[in-house]
Design a protein around this ligand. Structure first.
Ligand SMILES: Cc1cc2nc3c(=O)[nH]c(=O)nc-3n(C[C@H](O)[C@H](O)[C@H](O)COP(=O)(O)OP(=O)(O)OC[C@H]3O[C@@H](n4cnc5c(N)ncnc54)[C@H](O)[C@@H]3O)c2cc1C
Length: 387
């Protein structure tokens, strides 16, 4: 589908593909097995400018667009979803909220290191009772003598506990307001909490089904004090701002899922052409070739969906529904293709060192993170006027 891309975009995708195949792929199985964070790979990606792709040069970015970032995610996710999600969350959840809503001081202070991947940042929205229904936030922050005092917990926060994490931005209830009908509404704001702040602790990493080489932790805040100027964006706009960040993030996750879906196709084509049963390559059996053809159709459709959402974003047009459609279609394509690819690999598909086995474990979360499949269906339904 390269004919839909500019020469610059094609060149970028080509160089990231080469890096993914030559540098990331050879160490993916090792990091997955050891559950180790690939610091050396992230540093190289930082030097290549991948963490700065969709940001202004003023803050050390590459001045590229969101599609460029998505193309990089697709290429990396073909071989390694853990590395791809580290990039996706580093840019989309770590740097982007500061870039979109930060003061110029906050941007100058935090962005240059985040855009070069010298440091990483996380975004803490999810809590034990606030996932799909993010308005269930219980973490609180109160102003006291020029400081925000934060108390509460967060769950599943990506990039929050690496050796190079510089901050997490958290949503917290900072007060209440009255609606026109007299009902009380939570005022949710977002606050930057630098790593190492007393009262902020990072729990042990989760034992996950997949994305083993990515960093995910529970966080807790007890009488955790940060300066008043660490408020990110307007007080009370935290929830609304975060929904905007999630819309963009869904396009990026769709690109990542497209990469996973395509990676499964590429692996299946190669294996089916080499593997022989009953004297013939298994690709010669229609039961296998039809399966691969369907996998390719899913990856193709997912790619078109995220290209279109990214294009609408670039044109400054509404893209919320298209982002949900892309996320829905691509997440399902990744999971379905991973299931079919492991079937094509037979017993080898069940052995962890094979890329398809990793995709099988890794892809499930693509139907859950940054808005579950059901949440996307809810949003698409709402766009049709269904309540
Ligand atoms: C590896 C990993 C990384 C993550 N990274 C981050 C991060 O960096 N930052 C962050 O804030 N969060 C992060 N998350 C959290 C993730 O975004 C949430 O897990 C996700 O949004 C779902 O929330 P939940 O787990 O509370 O599920 P719930 O909201 O409890 O949902 C449970 C089930 O009910 C369904 N459901 C809920 N409401 C409805 C409804 N109205 N109609 C129909 N079905 C419904 C859901 O679709 C789901 O199937 C991460 C999670 C994981 C596992």
């Amino acid at each position: 589908m390269t004919e839909l891309l500019s020469e610059e975009h094609q060149a970028l995708a080509g160089s990231v593909r080469e890096f993914a195949e030559q540098v990331i792929a050879p160490v993916s199985a090792k990091h997955d097995a050891e559950h180790s964070f690939p610091y050396e790979i992230i540093a190289q990606m930082g030097a290549m400018g991948l963490f700065g792709l969709p940001f202004d040069e003023e803050y050390g970015g590459e001045g590229g667009d969101y599609l460029a970032f998505c193309l990089a995610l697709e290429e990396i996710a073909k071989v390694d979803q853990s590395v791809a999600i580290t990039l996706e969350a580093g840019v989309g959840l770590g740097a982007m909220p500061i870039y979109r809503y930060g003061t110029s001081e906050q941007k100058q202070k935090w962005l240059p290191d985040l855009l070069s991947a010298k440091r990483l940042a996380g975004f803490g929205l999810t809590e034990s009772d606030a996932g799909s229904d993010a308005s269930g936030t219980r973490t609180t922050a109160r102003l006291e003598n020029g400081e925000w005092v934060i108390d509460g917990t967060k769950e599943f926060i990506t990039n929050s506990g690496t050796d190079i994490t510089s901050l997490v931005t958290v949503t917290a209830v900072t007060g209440t307001s009255q609606d026109a009908d007299g009902s009380t509404k939570k005022e949710i704001s977002t606050i930057i909490v630098p790593s190492g702040t007393p009262g902020f602790s990072v729990g042990a990493g989760y034992d996950k089904v997949g994305w083993n080489a990515s960093d995910t932790h529970p966080l807790s805040f007890t009488d955790c004090r940060v300066p008043e100027e660490n408020l990110l964006g307007q007080r009370g706009r935290g929830y609304a701002n975060f929904l905007g960040i999630l819309d963009e993030g869904r396009v990026a996750i769709a690109a990542l899922a497209t990469g996973a879906a395509q990676g499964c196709v590429d692996q299946a084509v190669r294996y089916a052409s080499e593997r022989k049963t009953f004297g013939s390559p298994i690709s010669s059996y229609q039961g296998i070739s039809f399966k691969i053809a369907r996998m390719q159709a899913r990856a193709h459709t997912a790619r078109l969906a995220y290209y279109q959402a990214a294009q609408l974003m670039a044109q400054g047009k509404p893209f919320k529904t298209e982002a949900s459609i892309a996320k829905l279609v691509a997440g399902e394509a990744a999971m379905d293709n991973a299931r079919d690819a492991t079937q094509i690999f037979g017993g080898y598909g069940f052995i962890n060192e094979y890329t398809v086995a990793r995709h099988y474990r890794d892809s499930k979360i693509l139907e859950v993170g940054e808005g579950t499949t059901e949440v996307q269906l809810m949003l698409i339904g709402r766009s049709l006027g269904l309540r």
